[in-house]
Write a protein that binds this ligand. Structure first.
Ligand SMILES: [Zn+2]
Length: 324
């Protein structure tokens, strides 16, 4: 029996996930993992190349339409639109090559949301808009997931009323079947819906997340005790835990001036980014994904360098703080 293409997921014992990727080429059993490990894996991916592609695609989408000369109002440039489609295809192929599940989910999502070509200018308009939305969606979820993990690791209560309201809205599973046994299988056809489903299940399990003060990556501590460093091997076979004693211990968020400002600015910048993401026209002080990204990358790096004693508080604050 052929199943509809999608990523099929079954949960076991609440935290183990078994996954089968079904594409036109066949079925592939993916490595068994846990919800927490899979979420952290996604949250630690380097999205910079993807973001560059998104910026390029958005730029082409804008140039597809003539907005300069009123005489040309409504004119679409099909050669530029074709360039956009080529760019999108390359992006999907590139991801499929390295991360088959993510690439396929993105492909399904684009298929499900791009209108059919009826030869009109309206098609080009609707298609480019839908494509940009679908390409931006995984980055937006990635940013949201990193915010959730950051809040969890700092013990900040999650704000489901406002900041994370989208997590409580809408259904995420498209379809489920019973695979012979009484096991429920969920089928996903988008990156966001798959990770949103995992995140909701994860949050229901009273998760324990920490951010390593050495490598800066998120991890799941083995005990409920405060754990500062992870077990990742980062240099010469040494783990973060192994080299940790050489790092300054400045972990009191309440009292450390740099960590305090970082936390405050992070919340502020996320609000500004959300303001722009929610609205078609940018509201005042709204910032784009790219602007949020650049701040976040630079500020996190400055914070980590400060914790390692490579930057003074003053130097770090100069990078982290946004005064306006
Ligand atoms: Zn580490």
């Amino acid at each position: 029996m052929h199943r509809t293409p999608g990523l099929y997921v079954a949960l076991q014992n609440g935290s183990i996930i078994k996954r089968t990727l079904v594409t036109n080429k066949g079925e592939t059993e993916l490595d068994e993992t846990t919800i927490g490990a899979e979420l952290i894996w996604f949250a630690e991916l380097d999205f910079s190349t993807y973001l560059d592609a998104l910026i390029k695609i958005e730029d082409l989408a804008e140039k597809t339409e003539d907005d300069g000369d009123p005489k040309n109002y409504g004119t679409v440039y099909l050669d530029i639109f074709d360039e956009l489609l080529t760019e999108v295809n390359e992006l999907v192929y590139d991801i499929e090559d390295v991360y088959p599940a993510l690439g396929s989910l993105l492909r399904f999502d684009l298929l499900d949301h791009t209108p059919k070509d009826d030869g009109t200018a309206m098609y080009v308009y609707n298609a480019k808009y839908a494509i940009c939305e679908q390409i931006a969606e995984p980055v937006r979820f990635y940013i949201l997931l990193r915010e959730v993990l950051e809040d969890l690791s700092f013990g900040v209560p999650l704000d489901f009323e406002d900041k994370y309201a989208t997590l409580t809205q809408g259904t995420v599973t498209q379809r489920y079947t019973f695979a012979g046994t009484l096991e429920t299988e969920y089928c996903f056809r988008s990156i966001k819906n798959y990770y949103k489903f995992l995140l909701i299940n994860y949050l229901n399990s009273n998760p324990n997340v920490a951010r390593c003060f050495c490598c800066g990556q998120y991890f799941i501590p083995k005990t409920r005790k405060a754990t500062l460093y992870c077990d990742r091997v980062i240099s010469n076979g040494k783990t973060c835990k192994g080299i940790a004693p050489t790092i300054k211990h400045k972990i009191a968020v309440d009292t450390d001036p740099v960590l305090k400002v970082f936390e405050r600015t992070r919340q502020k910048m996320y609000k500004r980014y959300e303001r722009a993401a929610d609205s078609l026209k940018k509201l005042s002080k709204g910032i784009s994904i790219e602007e949020y990204w650049h701040w976040s990358e630079a500020a996190s790096a400055a914070r980590d360098k400060y914790l390692k004693g490579e930057l003074t508080a003053e130097e770090a604050l100069k990078i982290i703080e946004v005064n306006d």
